[in-house]
Design a protein around this ligand. Structure first.
Ligand code: FES
Length: 66
């Protein structure tokens, strides 16, 4: 499922970035990693990314098992 349409990337892209130990687990850093360094345009996807980051921080083992 596409998370961001302005700089297109999917929920799988976000999950892959969340597994990457070299990326800080903040909404801004995860977005930048998923969008190839681009900044958000409309920002409507940031709530979804923020929720995925929070979920990852609370249950990191679940994403690692996917
Ligand atoms: S949908 Fe992600 S910045 Fe617009």
């Amino acid at each position: 499922m596409y998370v961001c349409l302005c700089n297109p990337f999917t929920d799988k892209d976000v999950a892959n970035v969340l597994r990457d130990a070299s990326v800080r687990k903040t909404t801004a850093h995860v977005y930048k990693a998923c969008a190839g360094g681009q900044k958000p345009c409309c920002g409507s996807c940031l709530c979804v990314i923020k929720d995925m980051v929070a979920h990852h921080q609370n249950q990191p083992d679940m994403l690692a098992a996917e």
